[in-house]
Design a protein around this ligand. Structure first.
Ligand SMILES: Cc1cc2nc3c(=O)[nH]c(=O)nc-3n(C[C@H](O)[C@H](O)[C@H](O)COP(=O)(O)OP(=O)(O)OC[C@H]3O[C@@H](n4cnc5c(N)ncnc54)[C@H](O)[C@@H]3O)c2cc1C
Length: 373
């Protein structure tokens, strides 16, 4: 264990992704002693469409602090989108524009911002378990740490979250890579029978604009990009000129479950609280917002304004009110996409004729009403 790291903190945050860094920065700026633990090492690529919805950009700007604002200045703004489904192309304006930001850069910038905010941040430190409470004993590969409160932001698939593989044999997998090729400034979602593939431009660390291709699909066997592209004729045609900038990354199986913002005496944030279907492009926003929200409720306990139990209960109800509706709407949309083609047709035709209707649906999948800090 590093000699300079205190074993006692006010708050221990597990996971250095968007949710964990958001929680850690928020609490540190409120004067808490925060320890942030991450099992990986930044920078690193991550399977993600890299679409950051407009609704979270103000909060992201605040979290990054003055030293990391280049991240937003270098991002690519996306003001249009297309849904390619059942032979139709539904165009939906993205207003206000969203940002395309590589996770390679986003997660590193947030990690740096956490350190700038005074957080003690340890990489390559994996949490093995959490014992007791008041104080909590967090057992890690770098020894044990004690904290008065714990936020679990370890993502949707960790030894600390409840993800379980689907029992019916169908596995949803994520696959992502960046490609050299054309770079239309639009986020395009190609839907096919067993999933979908998102395509949008993204800036590489060297400044080059690449194409981010990220798919979520059902499979029982190893799938190549060629197999995947061939599932949608327009995608297949478009991909002819692409060459991969790095080898594809894949995810652990994706499962959907009812959000659970609290487990025992621990606050859950981001995907550890609930995983939203990626096609709505709001997972990063939900992670930033729930991390911020969890830290503010933890802070009310840490500053002596409340006991831990009531702070957890208030977080749970705030989460339900502010963030849960996004899960409900995206779950309905997922069910709609699984309906037979004939049932979907009239509705898609209406969206094709009226971008306003489609825009209204997109707005319903956005998390709102969370103050930045
Ligand atoms: C295919 C796909 C496409 C997506 N596309 C988009 C998109 O375009 N836009 C969008 O907004 N969202 C998208 N998402 C969702 C988005 O990636 C997540 O919602 C977001 O990463 C959640 O952030 P998080 O901080 O909760 O979790 P993560 O980003 O997963 O971070 C969790 C961190 O915890 C660490 N960790 C895990 N276990 C431990 C442990 N025991 N000890 C210490 N550290 C640990 C991990 O290493 C990781 O760094 C997509 C998801 C998938 C699967």
């Amino acid at each position: 264990m590093e000699a300079s790291v205190s074993q006692n903190s006010d708050l221990i945050v597990i996971g250095g992704g968007p949710a964990g860094t958001s929680a850690a920065i928020t609490a540190a700026r409120e004067g808490c002693r925060v320890l942030l633990l991450e099992r990986g090492r930044f920078p690193r690529h991550k399977v993600c469409g890299e679409f950051v919805s407009a609704e979270s950009l103000e909060l992201l700007k605040w979290l990054l602090g003055d030293a990391e604002q280049d991240l937003l200045r270098n991002s690519i703004l996306l003001s249009k989108s297309r849904l390619l489904l059942d032979g139709r192309s539904v165009r939906i304006p993205v207003t206000p524009p969203a940002a395309s930001i590589a996770r390679y850069d986003l997660d590193l910038a947030l990690w740096n911002a956490a350190q700038n905010a005074g957080v003690t941040a340890l990489q390559e430190t994996s949490v093995r378990g959490i014992e007791g409470h008041q104080p909590f004993q967090v057992q890690t590969t770098a020894g044990d740490f004690h904290g008065r409160a714990v936020i679990n932001a370890s993502g949707r698939w960790s030894n600390l979250s409840q993800a379980t593989p689907s029992s019916n044999g169908a596995r949803w997998l994520g696959l992502k890579a960046h490609f050299h090729g054309e770079t239309d400034p639009s986020v395009d979602l190609y839907f096919f029978k067993d999933g979908y593939c998102g395509v949008q431009p993204v800036r590489a660390p060297n400044g080059e604009v690449l194409v981010n291709v990220c798919a979520l699909f059902q499979t029982s066997e190893r799938t190549t990009w060629e197999d995947l592209f061939s599932r949608h004729p327009l995608l297949d045609e478009r991909a002819q000129n692409w060459t991969a900038a790095f080898s594809p990354l894949s995810t652990f199986p994706v499962t959907f479950r009812t959000p659970q913002p609290v487990s025992g005496h621990v606050f859950n944030a981001g995907d550890a609280a609930g995983f939203v279907d990626p096609f709505v492009g709001d997972g990063i926003a939900l992670a930033l917002r729930s991390g911020n929200l969890a830290a503010r409720h933890a802070r009310s306990f840490l500053s002596g304004h409340s006991d831990l139990k009531p702070a957890l209960r208030l977080y749970e109800s705030d989460y339900r009110r502010r963030l849960r509706p996004v899960y409900n709407v995206s779950s309905l949309l997922r069910k709609f996409l699984l309906l037979p083609r004939g049932v979907r047709a009239p509705f898609l035709a209406a969206c094709e004729r009226s971008p306003r209707l489609a825009q209204y649906l997109v707005a319903a999948t956005r998390s709102r009403h969370t103050e930045a800090a």
